[in-house]
Design a protein around this ligand. Structure first.
Ligand SMILES: Cc1cc2nc3c(=O)[nH]c(=O)nc-3n(C[C@H](O)[C@H](O)[C@H](O)COP(=O)(O)O)c2cc1C
Length: 197
C-alpha cells in the first residue's frame, strides 16, 4: 500500500439559485484540510453543466458538451474517493447529481463514496438512502457514516460558520476515516488487478 495522499473529490450537488450547498461544502472542506492523508479537490456541479440528454456510447457531442464531459471526467477518473454534499429535494437528491452519475460509469467503479447531507428535519438522510442504491449500480462503495445536518438553513451564519459544530465535526472525522480506509484499500486493489464488471 502506498503512503501517497488519497485523491478525494468533494462534490457539491446543489445547483439551485440561492443554494446553501457551497457553505456546507466549505465547512466540510475545512474538516478535510486537517487531514494530511487526503489531497482534496472541490467539484461544484454548477461549474459542470452536463446536458440532460445523454449521448449514445461513442456518439458525437456538441463541442461545449464534450468539453464539459472531458473536464469532469478527468477529475472523477483521478479521484480515489468521493464525498457528495447533497441536499434533500422532495425526499430525494438533486437532478443535477443523478445526471452526473449517469454520464459516467467506470470513473465511479471500485471507489468509496461518503455523504454529507442536509435539508429540513430529516437532515437529508432520505436523499442519502436513495443515493446508496444509485451508486451501487455504478460499482461504487458507499460508507456507513453519514454527516447529516438537519435544519441546515438555520445553522450557518453569514460567515459560513456552523452552529454547534462539534457533533458534526466528529461525524465528519469518522466519515473521513471510513472513506480513507476503503479508498486506500481499493486503490491498492485496483492497482493489482482490474475490477471485474
Ligand atoms: C424543491 C425543493 C424540495 C425540498 N424538499 C425537501 C424534502 O423533501 N425534505 C427536506 O428535508 N427538505 C426539503 N427541502 C429543503 C432543502 O433541503 C433545503 O432548503 C436545503 O437547504 C436545500 O439545499 P440548497 O440550498 O443547497 O439547494 C426542499 C427544498 C427544495 C428547493
Amino acid at each position: 500500500m502506498t503512503d501517497e495522499p488519497l485523491s478525494l473529490a468533494v462534490i457539491t450537488a446543489s445547483v439551485r439559485d440561492g443554494r446553501l450547498g457551497p457553505a456546507v461544502a466549505d465547512w466540510f472542506l475545512t474538516q478535510v484540510k486537517e487531514r494530511p492523508e487526503f489531497a482534496v479537490q472541490g467539484v461544484d456541479l454548477i461549474d459542470h453543466p452536463l446536458p440532460l440528454i445523454l449521448p449514445e456510447p461513442g456518439g458525437t457531442l456538441p463541442i461545449e458538451a464534450a468539453r464539459i464531459r472531458e473536464s469532469l471526467r478527468s477529475v472523477l477518473a483521478r479521484a480515489d474517493a468521493f464525498v457528495v454534499v447533497t441536499p434533500e429535494y422532495n425526499h430525494s437528491f438533486p437532478a443535477a447529481l443523478k445526471n452526473t452519475v449517469d454520464w459516467f460509469y467506470q470513473e465511479w467503479a471500485a471507489k468509496p463514496v461518503g455523504f454529507v447531507s442536509y435539508g429540513g428535519l430529516s437532515g437529508g438522510i432520505r436523499a442519502v438512502e436513495q443515493l446508496r442504491q444509485v451508486f451501487a449500480e455504478v460499482h461504487a462503495l458507499t460508507v456507513r457514516e453519514n454527516v447529516a445536518l438537519p435544519l441546515a438553513g438555520k445553522r450557518f451564519d453569514a460567515q459560513g460558520r456552523l452552529d454547534d459544530p462539534e457533533p458534526s465535526a466528529l461525524s465528519a472525522g469518522l466519515l473521513l476515516d471510513q472513506v480513507g480506509w476503503w479508498g486506500r484499500a481499493l486503490r491498492t486493489a485496483r492497482g493489482q488487478s482490474p475490477y471485474p464488471r
